[in-house]
Design a binder for this molecule. Sequence first.
Ligand code: GDP
Length: 367
Amino acid sequence: MTTTPSCIGCGTKIQTIDPKTPGYAPPSSLEKEVVICQRCFKLKNYNELQPVSLTDDDFLRILNSLGNEQGLIVKIVDIFDFNGSWLPGLHRFVGNNPILLIANKVDLLPKSVKKHRVIKWLQQEAKKLGLKPVEVMLVSAHKGTGMVEAMEAIDRLREGKNAYVVGCTNVGKSTFINRIIKQVTGEKEVITTSHFPGTTLDLIEIPLDDNQSLYDTPGIINHHQMAHFLDPSELKWITPKSEIKPKIFQLNAGQTLFLGGLARFDFMQGERSSFTVHISNDLNIHRTKLDNADNLYAEHLGGMLAPPSAQFKDQLPPLVRHEFSIKAGKTDIVFSGLGWITVNQPNVVIAAYAPKGVEIQIRPSLI
Ligand code: GDP
């Protein structure tokens, strides 16, 4: 006599009749030694199911389709790479749909950072780019911080309609969706993929309580992200893994800091001052004389000044110089995708460098 097997994922008795009820697995799966029900299979394989990255054309098509739908747009950005995680043209396509802006990776911010200042800065930056989010929230999809609040906000703001999660690659969108799956699924059959009208792109659909769904859209590649100028094996150097430990440097005018080989900070003019560097704890900071900085970079990029490593240094676009005259109090010089340097005293002139295409901005200090 053969017994009915149980799913190795959830323990439910396997049945092969009704795909809509728990424990369903295709008949062929019964021939295997261990059986997994379709629901667990899909959950387990969510990362493989994810929509692929889009080309710019695909992206425009999908945005167009979103503009024809009614629902909440949930836009995820990386706090450390606001500009690199922006979706160009989003404001033109969202129509009248409300936007909830969620900034991820809040766990990496040092404790000294004031959250309300981060939110204010995000609101201002979004506005500069033509978008007026109805709400801005900070979360850590990785740690779970703020996720219950984010789910509540999604439920409240979607007003009984669908929600569409959009974001560039690397912002943590799949980590975010995985959290939501854990929070909303219970015992329900969750992930299905569906085609969006007018496109051939798969969206991942997570059914919500009221017959509406949350859709995960494909990740969009933003070509200005620092991450795209590095080999994936080198990304670990610049992506902070744990809370950033600020490092303070006392500098005289005429001194330079290199952040690996990816960015440069020249103190041009001003009294001796302190500068606080907020970047991944693993990224090496090298101090030198401004007079010597060009030569040092030419000689040591890929060696002492890494990443990039010697093997990949030729792929890095040349550094571009941006000059800032800082008159007001504490100010951050933000290197998209890397972090920022706080200028602690006013009345200084700074030159900041990043690879061509990567943005550098200034903002009032977050501390
Ligand atoms: P996606 O490309 O947008 O889907 O991004 P992933 O979810 O694959 O995440 C990209 C990287 O960011 C991975 O290395 C994640 O571990 C990391 N990540 C995602 N969410 C968080 C977070 O809340 N905090 C931190 N520190 N890292 C995160």
